[in-house]
Design a protein. Structure first.
Lengths: 112, 173, 150
């Protein structure tokens, strides 16, 4: 149970960074840390004590494997997180080109 | 289990350094170490497929972030009333962790998962699909719709970035 | 090669890149092709293929890489991979339902086994590799525009 709690502390660290910082790059870093914590939580629920990785090998007969279903889902989620970060960085660079700063308290105009 | 705890504490310390550093390049490098520590944690948890993917994705994120922040530096400025909002945020996080403590008792114990669906995958995966990598067979044969949706998301991200960055039609302003 | 010495990085980086960029590309293609036998798959191998081209671009500048793989060719590979994946999925209609594994499964541990999984891995590797290369080129060219205006 302590392991799950440490994983949630990592998620709360990323959440604090998203809520309290005023630089856009710091907000993107907070989103990355939260996403790492969520992926780690899924893999933690799939671990089996004295387990082995879910790959067959030609000479040994393996009976106790860890759970392969959350591993397949996390495999897909990591790539989706990467695509999201790329779009966020593109938006941040566009904002810098138009306003000249990364500070979110100075970006107050809504005209296009 | 001692290596799992020490890796988790290393990641938490790296995350705290990443959000408190005044220089942008320092915080990007600290996020890089958090990602690499996560890759080693995936190896300890017997998931080498995920560890390979996490490593290369982390390197690509680092390259893009450093390229985006290479000339801008942080102007450090705090206005008043920051103590009030910090207290509210800390209170919210404390309530969240307290409720999570109560909910985490419902999960099965760490190390004994209830594999109701996955036991079918383990027993008949090799004969039904013919692939010896069970993670690939789950992601591309039993749950191929999720992979189709993910390919759609990647395609949309490529189109989205090309639409944000385009220069055509901006010569008038 | 004399007038390309001003762009890109120093001579040490260029020499090492000349040795390692081809090896990274070959390793990425190996991981894509053996996705159903060993670890890896289309996603990890595709990102490695993109990283080899980005490695060349960081060390030598944009012009050298555009002679090998232009932006139009990379966009063509992205759409080719998407159409290939959808085509394999729609062909399953011939024998039953969508996304049916209709090619015969050979013996395990061989390269041509496991039905549609190797071909799906190749299609995903094309989409991911060329897609992230196009994203990186777009972000870098926005940066260069900004530096020329200042």
């Amino acid at each position: 149970m302590i392991v799950y709690l440490l994983c949630l502390v990592l998620f709360c660290t990323g959440l604090y960074c998203v809520l309290r910082k005023r630089n856009i790059i710091k907000i993107i870093i907070g989103i990355m840390i939260s996403e790492y914590a969520v992926n780690l939580f899924f893999i933690l629920t799939a671990y089996r004590l004295e387990g082995r990785s879910p790959i067959f090998s030609p000479d040994a007969d393996i009976t106790n494997m860890v759970d392969p279903l959350p591993q397949a889902l996390v495999h897909i989620t990591i790539m989706i997180g990467l695509a999201t970060i790329m779009v966020l960085v593109a938006i941040a660079m566009r904002i810098y080109e138009k306003y000249g700063t990364f500070d979110i308290t100075k970006i107050r105009e809504l005209r296009g | 289990m001692i290596e799992l705890y020490s890796l988790l504490i290393f990641m938490i310390i790296g995350a705290i350094i990443a959000i408190e550093a005044k220089d942008l390049i320092s915080s990007v490098v600290a996020v890089g170490t958090v990602g690499l520590g996560l890759s080693i944690t995936f190896l300890v948890l017997k998931a080498p497929d995920i560890a390979i993917t996490q490593l290369v994705v982390e390197i690509l994120c680092l390259i893009v972030l450093i390229r985006a922040t290479i000339k801008e530096d942080l102007s450090f400025s705090t206005s008043g009333r920051w103590a009030f909002s910090t207290l509210i945020t800390a209170g919210f996080i404390a309530v969240f962790l307290f409720v999570a403590c109560k909910c985490l008792k419902e999960l099965p114990e760490f190390g004994y998962p209830t594999m109701r669906v996955a036991s079918t995958y383990l027993k008949e995966g090799l004969t039904e699909t013919g692939a010896t990598n069970l993670v690939s067979s789950v992601a591309l044969d039993y749950r191929a719709y999720d992979t189709l949706g993910e390919v759609t998301v990647l395609f949309t991200a490529v189109i989205g970035v090309l639409a944000i960055v385009r220069q055509v039609g901006r010569k008038k302003s | 090669m004399i007038k390309e010495d001003e762009k890109g990085m120093s001579l040490i980086v260029k020499t090492i890149t000349r040795l390692t960029a081809g090896l990274i590309l070959l390793y990425g293609i190996y991981i894509v092709f053996h996705g159903h036998v060993s670890h890896g798959g289309g996603f990890a191998g595709g990102v490695m293929i993109a990283l080899s081209f980005i490695h060349l671009m960081l060390a030598y500048g944009k012009e050298v890489v555009f002679r090998k793989l232009s932006k139009a060719a990379a966009l063509f590979f992205v759409t080719l991979g998407a159409i290939l994946f959808l085509g394999i999925a729609l062909l399953g209609f011939a024998k039953g339902h969508f996304l049916l594994n209709f090619i015969s499964k050979g013996e395990p541990f061989k390269l041509f086994s496991a039905g549609i999984i190797p071909y799906c891995n190749i299609a995903i590797g094309l989409i991911v590799g060329a897609g992230f290369f196009v994203i990186f080129v777009a972000l870098v060219s926005l940066k260069f525009e900004k530096e020329q205006k200042e």
